[in-house]
Design a protein around this ligand. Structure first.
Ligand code: SF4
Length: 386
């Protein structure tokens, strides 16, 4: 186990930084008692007195293993999402190193997110295998795509390379979203032959605009552009995916397209995935944005060039029978709350091998609640207490 150890004098805690991102904290006096008998590794793994945090976002983090019996289907923050097609979204971690001013999930240093999640690599691979078996059984001759994304930056996941390589043994295509900052040339080269496509989030070519949009002072557009060039020159395909935020990066979209064409993005799939900024309830809302409706957005895309509007068929996405739903909308059930939710007032319950997000609750972990299911689309469950 790779870790570093230091003392947080202010909080009187011993802190272990494991694999760069997992921060294990423990009261100093309790640690000293344990240390008389156990090694640091044993204390990190087995002590019940520890708190786990995401070292990058500073939020409390749940590390989810198969033994925890927490399912991996049912929530959007972690696990596997099956939207009834041959593409399965794989979400091993939540939390981001950026703080984009338009982020739809208010990631990075956030005012609304209170919890992060990380799934053990063996567990997520095992579940992925089960879902793939189901898909292949119900949809003959389909090509399965594992698309690694999430509410955050997937390359912060310590086992990301192992995950990609092992997913490739089960899926026909493996793709990933990234903001590019955690990449380096060696890492890209190591992933050749396993990773088929990178969807790179890049919202401006101009350094100042890019930094402003990233919401962090250390954002380095030169590094991201360099990584884009390396990916484009490798056998991994590159899709540039800017979010168009009117009033912020209007002049940058064309520049991103010129850059992408010059370096050879889109060798196999489309080169650009321009997205419209959408204002979400729990997303960030930058000041002064002139919201564009979808009709105007698509018209402007057409004016910019052919084929910029994307369709599932551009990526070979076809319908394929969904995993069975385990709860009906309107159904009333009793659940035990197993984890804190992503935002304040939310908890996560478990039932029938699914996760259920219980909203607007003041109950705590371990409490039993009676809830009514109010959403079950794509096996993502939301419930309200009754
Ligand atoms: S990189 Fe993506 S997840 Fe991270 S803050 Fe920006 S928009 Fe949000």
């Amino acid at each position: 186990m790779k870790y570093t150890k230091f003392i947080d004098e202010e909080r009187k805690e011993v802190v272990f930084r494991v694999k760069g991102i997992i921060e294990v904290r423990m009261d100093r006096k309790i640690y000293e008692r344990y240390a008389r008998k156990y090694s640091d590794e044993e204390i990190i793994s087995f002590s019940p007195h520890k708190e786990i945090y995401n070292a990058i976002t500073g939020r409390k983090m749940y590390y989810i293993t198969e033994e925890s019996e927490i399912p991996l289907i049912g929530h959007t923050a972690f696990g596997i999402i099956d939207r009834g097609t041959n593409l399965l979204q794989v979400r091993p971690i939540s939390g981001c190193n950026l703080n984009c001013i338009f982020c739809s999930v208010d990631e990075g240093k956030s005012s609304t997110r209170v919890t992060d999640y990380m799934v053990d690599v063996d567990y997520i691979l095992h579940k992925f295998e089960e879902v793939v078996d189901y898909k292949r059984k119900h949809c003959r001759n389909i090509s399965i795509e594992a698309h690694i994304d999430g509410q955050g930056e997937p390359f912060l996941y310590p086992e990301i390379e192992e995950l990609i390589k092992k997913l490739k043994e089960m899926a026909d295509i493996v793709s990933i979203q990234t903001n590019g900052l955690p990449l380096n040339e060696k890492r890209i080269r190591r992933l050749e032959g396993y990773l088929d496509r990178v969807n790179l989030s890049i919202h401006a070519v101009d350094g100042e605009i890019a930094k402003r949009m990233s919401g962090i002072s250390f954002y380095n557009i030169e590094h991201v552009l360099k990584m884009a060039e390396i990916i484009a020159s490798s056998d991994i395909d590159l899709l540039l995916a800017p979010v168009w935020v009117p009033g912020y990066n209007d002049g940058e979209i064309k520049k991103i397209m010129e850059f992408g064409r010059r370096i050879g993005a889109g060798k196999k799939w489309k080169a650009f995935g321009i997205q419209k900024y959408v204002r979400y309830r729990f997303g960030r809302k930058p000041e002064g944005v002139k919201i564009m409706d979808f009709k105007t957005f698509y018209r402007k895309l057409e004016e910019m060039g052919e084929g910029l509007r994307l369709f599932p068929s551009d990526f070979g996405i076809v319908k394929c029978k969904s995993l069975p739903k385990k709860f009906r909308v309107g159904e009333r059930v009793k659940l035990t709350l197993e984890m804190e939710g992503r935002v304040k007032g939310e908890m996560i319950g478990v039932g029938r091998e699914r996760l259920i997000q219980v909203i607007d609750t003041s109950k705590r972990v371990g409490d039993a609640v009676r809830v009514e299911i109010i959403r079950n689309k794509h096996n993502i469950y939301v419930a309200r207490e009754i």
